[in-house]
Design a protein around this ligand. Sequence first.
Ligand SMILES: Cc1ncc(COP(=O)(O)O)c(C=O)c1O
Length: 509
Amino acid sequence: MQTDPIAGTFSGNRGLQIEEPLIFEQGEAGRSGVDLPQPPKIKDRLGGLGRKRPVGLPGLSEPQVIRHFTRLSQKNYAIDMGIYPLGSCTMKHNPRLNEKLARIPGIADLHPLQPESTVQGALELIDTAAHWLKTLTGMPAVAMSPAAGAHGELCGLLCIRAALEARGDAREVVLVPESAHGTNPATAAACGYTVDPIPANARGRVDLAAFKAKLGGDVAGTMITNPNTCGLFEDEILEISRLVHEAGGYFYADGANFNAIVGRVRPGDLGIDCMHINLHKTFSTPHGGGGPGSGPVVLSAALAPFAPLPYVVHGRDGFRLVEHDGVEGATGKAFGRLKGFHGQMGMFVRALAYMMSHGSDGLRQAAGDAVLNANYLMALLDEDLTPAFDGPCMHEALFDDRFLKDTGVTTLDIAKALIDEGYHPMTMYFPLVVHGALLIEPTESESKDSLDGFARSLIGLARRAKAGDQKFFHEAPRLTPPRRLDETTAARRPVLRWRPPADQPKAAE
Ligand SMILES: Cc1ncc(COP(=O)(O)O)c(C=O)c1O
């Protein structure tokens, strides 16, 4: 009888880590959890379009279905289970107070087509959240409807394009640093711009000389993340802002990392024209894994008239939602709409709850604690790992893979081994300007104990790699179901949906 090579169990399971086949692999044709009488024969009214063969649903009983999904749910890693150190993603605690408020029936049961007079409170709530965002960023206007950071980027660039077209000066190029999040160049390209990359200097910041050299009459604007994705403050930001404006372009700030500076720096004072704010990063709303999220965009006076519809205004009889250009209170220049209705109401409630429960001093402290935690980790790790740049960091600690030189172990192997340690790995191989990057963002949510535990595991792994234990790393993760995947085949020949064995593609396909 065969046993699992690592755990020595007959079942192949490792304690509560249970191998879970797909539901289709567990089902049996013809088996059912219910026993219903045969329906009487009825006359077919589908004109011959009726299904010719069974739907192919797996045949399982109710307890089998429940166990399948419960076991799957137990395989999830979540911010409510432990540190989630994904750099650039900002996985922070979602306070339960926010959830409680978002579930108040008067809020949760609102319908977006209710008459304005019945949703005055909701419009006031959106307006209040907008007021906080404008105050914290030092900007005069905000578009609330974008549904994520990347959607906010689209909103900002469409405002820039509309502003350029309005002055009869359509331009073609957007300058984006090489360290930028992939959504920046992707958004610029989606808006029809040519993306011109700006290299990073030896200090991990925008290379100002290269930036200057690329500025010209065809530059629509630049997209700069600050603090940047190397976890560093762009200390020449005022000069960048001055230069891009002097060249007639606009300054898009990627505000994904606003969580490191909120309450301390007002992006409006840096001369930006627009910036998206990922509410999940700075204001603790749940990270939706692609949505539904919220990425409001703050706008300068120059871009505000082009903001998308709808927006909330104060009318004679209270709050109004401006849904169309050409009505009272509209600017008449909106570039269009980005989204059905007015955005993610549930996210506005949660973000506002976070802002009001913390107050401006609490938000400032949260930013300070996020930076402190990242620097504490950096200090714990800097002898065993290799920090990518000298000096302190902002809210995320970035390492390169020099500490793995000649060990035969890679950043990927370290990440796999971390899973066995019970941790979600950090962001790997991003930003691209750093070789074999390990980007760790602990956020302000983590306690000293939690940071110490995480660092202990990483230090242990780094030392094990240097001691030459390649086999251990190449087999990792050893304690998960399933174990290490064949990433090359997964990338080259991805199997994205289950097919019955008879329909499986032949090996040569
Ligand atoms: C720097 C940066 N910009 C933009 C984005 C895109 O934001 P979202 O995932 O909300 O679309 C992210 C997301 O992680 C990011 O880290």
